[in-house]
Design a protein around this ligand. Structure first.
Ligand code: SAM
Length: 391
């Protein structure tokens, strides 16, 4: 332990352009955000980026001047009981007392700390220039790995999907996985999922389901030619598809309208550990939704359509929470490529989620827009009677 104060350490690091990160922990108030600040570089220009996590969202704030970082520290330290300052040479463990005093314990650095490049290039699973068998077969790239010009958006979408799936792997059980892809269509993403899990050395079985028989026949042919074993496509309707084995991951990407509700319902009934759904063309609430106070929003068809889609997804997320899933809605792919860019990611929790809050949110949203129920709610009504308060 030394008598130094962190401000002087920080000032020195800033003056000497040494990279660091500070992680604040143990907030004095439970509701405080988790926060950290990192050295960042854009070309030769240094700046510092604060990252705060609130509920399931991440917020960023940039500080361009070293003095602002010192002020940030002086302001933030009052709200936390501990902080960790990491540099490439030393780690500083700081205990922060309510009277403003600090106790600092230094240790040899546990890791190298470099200034993060701003907007760093994503580390994609698949790189252009490296041929991947199924992408060649599906006409996304040529045998030299060059992505066909008109398939570039698809290539990006597949990479984004793999990024999202790989983030979910720690939430899935160990051992062999059973996966269902509802509304798999031409199955670019189903083949990609297979490729990823195989690359990760996992044991798994994937079933792709679609209404269209000719698409299913074609996908089975491609799977056979690729020697993708344990990948099987079936013709069927999501809502009535029967399964008596456990399912770990349910995927449903761009399944039309209420097919997403059917997919979510099936996943909940099977107690699937992880659900990934990208909803598509939600029409159900378009004519149902009403709100006297928002006439201006609802009288224009296009705004009504967007609002009803947002409300549908918010209701789905809340109902998933009611059913014990921690749920996030995140961007799937940039809006510039498709307006259908929201992804629902739900992970089943061991402990009960905050049912009362999810119930309240659900009720108030239904009430606010003059709604009684929607497909997913109707499908699950019986199953969730015990957990739902009467609406
Ligand atoms: C827009 S495509 C999406 C394909 C793929 N999931 C993707 O994101 O690239 C939607 C697919 O969902 C299928 N689909 C829609 N409703 C379905 C249902 N109730 N049961 C099974 N498949 C359905 C359609 O036949 C279509 O192939």
């Amino acid at each position: 332990m030394t008598k130094m104060v962190l401000t002087s350490v920080l000032q020195k690091l800033l003056d000497e352009h040494q990279a660091f990160r500070i992680v604040l922990s143990q907030p004095r108030q439970k509701s405080a955000d988790s926060k950290k600040i990192l050295s960042t570089k854009q070309g030769e220009r240094w700046f510092w980026q604060e990252e705060s996590f609130r509920k399931q969202q991440v917020f960023h704030r940039n500080f361009m001047e070293p003095n602002d970082v010192v002020l940030w520290w002086l302001e933030q330290k009052a709200f936390y009981k501990q902080a960790l300052l990491q540099t490439s040479i030393l780690d500083y463990h700081i205990i922060l007392y309510s009277d403003g005093k600090e106790k600092i314990i230094t240790q040899t650095a546990k890791r190298e700390v470099l200034a993060e490049p701003h907007n760093r290039k994503k580390n994609y699973w698949m790189q252009e220039g490296q041929a991947v068998d199924f992408l060649v077969m599906l006409g996304i790239m040529n045998t030299q790995g060059k992505v066909h010009h008109q398939k570039y958006d698809k290539f990006k979408q597949i990479n984004r999907y793999l990024e999202i799936v790989s983030d979910c792997i720690p939430d899935l059980p160990e051992g062999s996985l059973r996966i269902v892809d509802f509304g798999c269509g031409k199955s670019y993403l189903t083949f990609a999922l297979y490729w990823l899990l195989h690359k990760m050395g996992r044991q798994f079985q994937i079933i792709g389901l679609d209404l269209k028989e000719e698409v299913v026949t074609d996908c089975n042919r491609i799977a056979k030619e690729l020697h993708f074993e344990n990948l099987q496509f079936q013709t069927g309707d999501i809502a009535s598809w029967q399964n008596d084995q456990s399912i770990d991951l349910v995927v449903s990407l761009h399944a039309c309208d209420t097919a997403t509700d059917a997919a979510l319902t099936q996943a909940i009934r099977w107690n699937a550990k992880v659900i990934l759904a990208v909803p598509c063309c939600q029409h159900e609430l378009f004519s149902e939704i009403s709100d006297e106070k928002q006439t201006a929003l609802l009288r224009h068809g296009i705004l009504r359509e967007r609002l009803s889609s947002l409300v549908t997804d918010a209701l789905r997320a809340e109902l998933l929470e009611v059913c014990g899933y921690q749920t996030q809605i995140m961007e799937f792919i940039d809006l510039e490529h498709t307006p259908k860019n929201l992804l629902i990611r739900a992970v089943k929790q061991q402990k009960k989620t905050n049912l009362a809050e999810a119930n309240r949110n659900l009720e108030s949203l239904l009430h606010r827009y003059g709604l009684q129920k929607w497909s997913m709610f109707t499908l699950l009504e019986k199953d969730i009677k015990s957990t739902m308060s009467p609406l």
